[in-house]
Design a binder for this molecule. Structure first.
Ligand code: MSP
Length: 529
């Protein structure tokens, strides 16, 4: 058994908070799904989990979207934020909290953080001029821009405009060397800022190093403009209400608002620092440079890990609204069912890399791995127990030599899955379960328990018990990925609700346990459609 079973350490897991200028799409579902699976796994380990998601509701972009919709920004955000709550229900997310940046508690935390930074001498008033992209809510250096037909564009493709306004600045320059030091601390060091995957860590490190080299003589050029006077839809700067806070400062602060800073010191001490911020690769710099710098400057610890995942394409094409190929998670779930989608998204592509969404791949995984390898194994085993063992679980039996290979794989599986999930290797965790399921399918074919009823009923029972034990482990470790279907499988296996954690795997189920008649777990999907 993994030795983490009675580990009750608190564990805070976050998703980005999503912009409300858009409807939820596959990207939102994907980031939150990964966080959900890790949160559910930690709970199975017995950990105390706080899994947070929410919506990012301020800034010029949202103000514009509300205006385009002919709505007041608050009414607009109330409406769109609800789509993200609905998505969490559709996708089966187990979030413990949902934060909106327009909530009063959040505005209070933003003000408290700001005041702390002022008190620490980390903020000064100046004025900003430069190239600003509304769409990205970000500034760009002149050398980063390209020009077409008199319009300048950021590397993201967003048009930029020249902006000049009074602005408060955060002394980012001062913190960059400390960030670099923390990026490079060895694994296990409590001060390490762990950026994953490795390729992203190198990218962020190089970005900071170049900045320092380039602006070595004029460090204030690296300071960050953190307020705006050109629009009003934001959190007001304490003591200077003509300014609203830069939307990323407001947005990043959501994590500590929800954790209890500063209004609930006990909760904050419990949940902070976060175990992990899940983000997409496009927002990794905000989470690994600005955010830890704000926190360090306020005397707070940065999150332990930031994991940046890759982006999906749709049948080989970049996903974009203009191409009209945005993938709607609600439609996907309606067509294929929730658990096959949850499985596919984390199985198909190594987490951290870009990947392609294709119907053929989805159908292939569903039919080959879920319906065949796992579903049929469960159905064959449980049907044989129904028919040949009077619907009662055979008692535990000593392993014969021919049971050893499967037994060893099954015993090692929870630890293996746990080690992969500790590193956010979701696809490898699933591959490990599938490898064991393939072994179990080979075992059932070779042992042919259906042929043993007359010749060696004791061996038949022993073989079916081995298979039942294997299925129990598969179902237990797969719960975070496919909660609904694995609950059904555990019901069919006769595993009581209280015995579905990892810690319970050490206790065998009693022989003679009555088992309900099995029913298919996964449907095959026809390729045409
Ligand atoms: N509001 C900011 C985050 C603030 S966090 C303090 C934001 N919001 S967002 O709505 O744009 O978030 C989008 C999330 O979805 C990001 O993690 C992004 O990487 C992800 N994706 C958007 N398109 C995607 C794909 N095509 N594929 C995978 N994920 C993608 O950024």
């Amino acid at each position: 058994m993994p030795d983490t079973v009675s580990d009750r350490r608190p564990c805070f897991i976050t998703t980005p908070i999503y912009y409300v200028n858009d409807r939820p799409h596959i990207g939102h579902a994907y980031t939150s799904l990964a966080a959900d699976v890790l949160a559910r796994w930690r709970r199975l380990e017995g950990r105390d989990v706080f899994f947070l998601t929410g919506t990012d509701e301020h800034g010029q972009k949202v103000e514009k979207a509300a205006k385009d919709a002919g709505m007041d920004p608050q009414a607009f955000t109330d409406q769109v934020s609800q789509h993200f709550r609905d998505l969490a229900v559709t996708m089966g997310f187990s979030n413990d909290g949902f934060i909106r940046t327009t909530e009063e508690r959040h505005k209070r935390t933003c003000a408290a953080l700001w005041e702390k930074l002022v008190a620490n001498g980390e903020i000064y008033l100046g004025h900003y001029e430069g190239w600003y992209a509304v769409r990205d809510e970000a500034f760009y250096g002149p050398d980063e821009l390209t020009e077409r037909d008199g319009v300048r564009y950021a590397p993201s493709g967003a048009p930029v405009e020249w902006v000049r306004e009074p602005s408060y600045f955060f002394r980012l320059s001062k913190w960059l060397p400390e960030l670099l030091r923390r990026f490079d601390l060895p694994e296990g060091d409590p001060h390490r800022i762990d950026i994953q995957p490795e390729s992203r860590r190198n990218e962020v490190r190089a970005f900071v190093q170049n900045g320092l080299k380039e602006f070595g003589q004029t460090p204030e050029k690296l300071d960050l403009s953190i307020s705006r006077t050109s629009f009003t839809w934001g959190v007001k700067v304490p003591g200077d209400p003509a300014h609203v806070m830069y939307v990323w400062m407001d947005a990043l602060t959501n994590y500590i608002t929800a954790a209890g800073y500063p209004h609930d010191p006990e909760a904050f001490a419990r949940w902070w620092p976060a175990e992990i911020h899940f983000v997409g690769k496009d927002i990794v710099r905000f989470h690994t440079i600005y955010w830890p710098a704000f926190l360090l400057a306020a005397g707070l610890a940065p999150a332990k890990r930031v994991f940046a995942h890759g982006w999906w394409t749709n049948e080989g094409q970049k996903i974009s609204k203009s191409l009209g190929n945005v993938i709607d998670p609600v439609a996907l779930v309606a067509e294929f069912g929730l658990d096959p989608i949850r499985y596919f998204l984390l199985r198909e592509v190594p987490f951290g890399q870009d990947g392609d969404f294709s119907r053929a791949a989805l159908i292939g995984r569903n039919n080959g791995e879920l319906a065949n390898a796992l579903g049929n194994l469960a159905n064959r085993t449980l049907s044989l127990i129904q028919r040949n063992c009077d619907a009662k679980l055979p008692g535990p039996a000593a392993r014969a030599a021919s049971d050893a290979a499967l037994g060893a794989l099954v015993d090692a599986l929870p630890g293996q899955v746990g080690a992969h999930l500790d590193r956010q290797e979701f696809h490898l965790a699933l591959e490990a379960v599938m490898a064991a399921a393939r072994e179990a399918n080979g075992y059932i074919t070779v042992e042919a328990p259906w042929a043993l009823k007359k010749t060696d009923p004791a061996r038949m029972e022993a073989v079916l018990r081995q298979l039942h034990d294997a299925l129990r482990v598969f179902a237990t470790v797969l719960q975070p990925f496919m909660p609904t279907t694995m609950a059904k499988l555990l019901d069919q296996l006769g595993v009581p609700e209280a015995a579905r954690g990892l810690g319970a795997l050490g206790t065998p189920l009693p022989g003679g346990l009555p088992l309900p008649p099995p029913a298919p777990l996964f449907a095959k999907i026809e390729a045409a459609g």
